[in-house]
Design a protein around this ligand. Sequence first.
Ligand code: HEM
Length: 321
Amino acid sequence: MTLIFIILFFSHLIGISQGQLKVGFYIKKCPNVESIVSRVVNEAAASIQNTAPVLLRLHFHDCFVQGCDGSILIDNGDSAERHAFGHQGVGGFDVIEKAKAELEAVCPGVVSCADIVALAARDAILLANGPFYNVETGRRDGVVSNVSLARNMPEVDDSIQQLKDKFREKGLSEKDLVVLSAAHTIGTTACFFMTNRLYKFSPNGGSDPSINPNFLPELKATCPENGANTVRLSMDRGSGETFDSQILQNIRSGSAVLRSDATLYNDETTRRVVDSYFGILSPLLGPSFEADFANAMVKMGRIGVLTGSQGTIRRVCAAFN
Ligand code: HEM
């Protein structure tokens, strides 16, 4: 009996020190939070085609700088984190702000912007026919936004070791790196991010030799050497609007678009993770990409969170109170 009490006591203490994220955190204080966020996301998606990928990416970029604390949403001048080079092309701010305004109207000062970002990412995945998962909530908003803090975002031309290290620093495994990179099953990239891979592949220049020779001409035609680098192309060849495992097949066949995705197949450990979804037992008895992705999203959503009395609840997501 005493032993059970001691175990319960210490696990409670550990729970406190790790923070209090939990599914249904707002159930009493703001019961409709999830339906409001989901409606706002769905309305946005009905009028703006790339809403789902943009919101999914926003959550990743929020979590990788100072944790999932809504710091990327702050818009207080040139030194704001959101202007970092590593955040190029990140958007979805208006959708989060709209949801926040609606939530402030019904339960002022209760729901954090960081939680809205996490919920919106889940709803975005669903919109693209991806898996549903329960989102833990209870994050608080950060009080710091600084462009220099976003220096170390994973980059498209990072080596596999750099990518692994950057994920490990956030508590994410090599498997998480593969599974979360497969978020590129939806959305587009600007040709800007393809230049090195197509025309300046180090150390000898030219194109990345791992690109399938049948795919290379297509990529070069879409992103010509001196063409506009704002032209966009699907990151998941043939299936860029639907959440599925096609991106992993593309990585296997040399048809990955981003270099960071392709490089996952040049390393033994990450290659094994990619291949694990296409074993002889798949899809019935092998690991489920959808389930693993959902788990990895929950894990990503825990990075460096502020909980309890830490941080704040912003009134407006783009500004400090
Ligand atoms: C492994 C490191 C990663 C790198 C180097 C990387 C890099 C990129 C790049 C260069 C783009 C194109 C941006 C643009 O042109 O606007 C992009 C788009 C995207 N990324 Fe990643 N990414 C990584 C991981 C992730 C993760 C972990 C997620 C989410 C869980 C994610 C979700 C997305 C989505 C959904 C898009 C499409 C955005 C759109 O269509 O506007 N990425 N990523």
